[in-house]
Design a protein around this ligand. Structure first.
Ligand code: MSP
Length: 533
């Protein structure tokens, strides 16, 4: 069992996003994934804390604000509002929104710094090297392209820096980290990312600078206020500040009391080094336990090409959710992209997948089945329970054990596998109706057989909707209501989130017999391809 699933509490984070611009699809992707996992954990009755937020200090943000003629804080507030708005449109149920410019964060950064300082792990030295402001990271010459840009920001050349900075003694933690990776082999996931980190660490760790002399937009170092904190030192601690209860005195003890260590940092592969190397070393220096797990997902491309402003092929998440709705966007990214691998967005594929899975396979199945139940069974669920179906019944065979298989997939962050498992039952249900033709059995007055078929399909739809609810909460709620339940998967009430409810609803054969069914209506309207495709 994963070490983050065997207790009743689960804290997870998205990265704290830079506010140089409104959210892009990459930030939306990580946040949707985190939300789906958080929802699944809550559904099982666990206490969950989903942390997201924004990383607001540093040179990149300072420059962007100046270019726009704004005070940095005004600019940050403006962009933060757009993040909050997108999360609401995408039905993201976050518990904390951590902003690194928030006042309590300063106290946490200072206290943490003091611990590391007292440990003797910080010293003043000269920093020389190439700096990519967009990455907010020093780069080795060999990491840069011929024109001096880094491979991620190909239109912004790295800049030469030569200044006094305070350094953190990362090199002192070389052995500590090697042992950490050995003793906790699942600390970094997936395996390919773990190997990347092992290779990097094997080459020998260098100390890194944690202060800047010429950047005003940051908290000053308590020991030398001419310097401000390097944005990453400040940002990683945003995860800790987020753990404070609203209004609580901002001390490390308070922040760490309830939820530490965090169970999972969900991030993109480009920021793996900070989370899997720098962060555990910083925590070790401050004498704190290390977070349980870091998962580095892949990058999204558009039509097979790297997305970027220079190519003009970015995907606007606001536009996508506006045109297709939140469930559609969530489903595509969770189902189509194996978490950990790079994934592509292609609008034709997007529409085809949604039409095939949500409109046809699931939506039509519900509609057909409810239609027949109205016609042949007066709109009630037949008077049948699980034991009325033979063990080798084609749907029962798939349905029994599905909840367990899907739970395993969700817990291993294999969301596309979870969808595939569920849709095996949905597709088998469609095939089963076609092959058993209840309409002709009805004509032959074989009422008991008709009821057997419709009840088995009804139950399979219910189970599928329940297990899909972390991914498509609106559609699942709609289906559940048509099946006569009052559960709303977008409302975190006890009637939805309790271990005993999960135990019942995640199993095949639990639809109450004779349940009064609701009115049938389409749950997902078929999408049209845009005319320019
Ligand atoms: N501020 C830092 C994180 C600090 S965490 C303490 C940061 N912010 S970011 O806004 O630049 O990136 C946020 C996330 O977006 C990263 O996880 C990054 O991997 C992800 N993505 C950026 N572009 C992406 C794609 N094209 N595809 C998928 N994710 C991508 O880094």
């Amino acid at each position: 069992m994963n070490n983050y699933t065997n207790n009743s509490k689960f804290a997870l984070t998205t990265p704290l996003y830079y506010v140089n611009d409104v959210p892009h699809i990459g930030s939306a992707y990580t946040t949707m994934v985190a939300d789906v996992l958080a929802r699944f954990q809550r559904l099982q009755g666990k206490s969950v804390l989903l942390i997201t937020g924004t990383d607001e200090h540093g040179q990149k943000i300072e420059r962007t604000a100046r270019e726009l003629g704004l005070e940095p804080q005004v600019h940050c507030d403006h962009i933060v509002a757009s993040f909050e708005s997108l999360w609401s449109k995408l039905d993201i149920q976050y518990d904390r929104f951590s902003r690194t410019t928030a006042e309590p964060h300063k106290a946490i950064v200072n206290e943490f710094f003091q611990r590391v300082w007292d440990k003797g792990d910080i010293y003043l030295d000269r920093q020389q090297g190439w700096y990519c402001v967009s990455c907010e990271e020093f780069k080795e010459k060999r990491e840069l392209l011929e024109d001096g840009c880094c491979p991620i920001h190909t239109n912004k050349p790295a800049e030469w820096r030569d200044e006094e900075n305070y350094f953190f003694r990362l090199s002192k933690y070389q052995q500590y980290l090697e042992k950490l990776y050995q003793t906790r082999p699942d600390f970094i996931q997936p395996l390919s990312r773990r190997n990347e980190v092992l290779n990097f660490v094997e080459q020998g760790l260098k100390d890194f600078s944690i202060s800047r002399l010429n950047v005003d937009w940051g908290f000053p170092l308590p020991v030398d206020p001419k310097h401000t904190f390097y944005v990453w030192f400040d940002a990683l601690l945003g995860y800790v500040t987020a753990l404070l209860e609203p209004g609580q005195e901002p001390t490390l003890d308070n922040a760490l009391a309830q939820w530490w260590p965090i169970n999972l940092h969900l991030i993109g592969k480009d920021i793996l080094r900070f989370h899997a190397v720098y962060w555990p070393a910083m925590l070790a220096s401050a004498g704190l336990p290390i977070t349980a797990k870091v998962f580095g997902h892949g990058f999204l491309t558009k039509d097979g090409l790297k997305m970027g402003k220079s190519l003009g092929n970015t995907i606007d998440p606001f536009d996508l959710v506006e045109r297709y709705g939140s469930d559609a966007v969530r489903y595509y990214f969770l189902k189509e992209i194996e978490l950990g691998k790079d994934g592509d967005f292609n609008e034709t594929r997007f529409i085809n997948v949604l039409n095939a899975d949500l409109a046809n396979d699931l939506g039509n199945l519900l509609n057909r089945n409810l239609g027949m139940l109205t016609k042949y069974c007066q709109g009630n669920a037949p008077q049948l329970t699980s034991t009325d179906f033979a063990a080798d019944h084609p749907l029962k065979k798939i349905g029994v054990g599905l909840g367990d298989r899907v739970t395993k997939a969700y817990e291993a962050l294999q969301f596309s596998k979870a969808c595939e498992e569920i849709f095996t039952l949905v597709r088998a249900s469609n095939k089963y109706i076609d092959e058993s033709a209840p309409w002709s059995l009805f004509k032959q007055q074989k009422q008991a057989e008709v009821e057997q078929i419709l009840a088995a399909v009804l139950e399979s739809i219910r189970l599928s909707a329940y297990l899909l609810s972390p991914i498509i909460p609106q559609i699942s709620t709609n289906i559940y209501q048509q099946l006569g339940f009052s559960l709303d998967f977008n409302r975190q009430t006890e009637s939805v989130l309790a271990a005993d409810i999960f135990q019942t609803h995640s199993q095949w054969g639990k639809l109450p017999p004779n349940q009064n069914l609701g009115k049938a209506s389409p749950v997902f309207a078929k999408l049209e391809l845009p005319s320019d495709n």
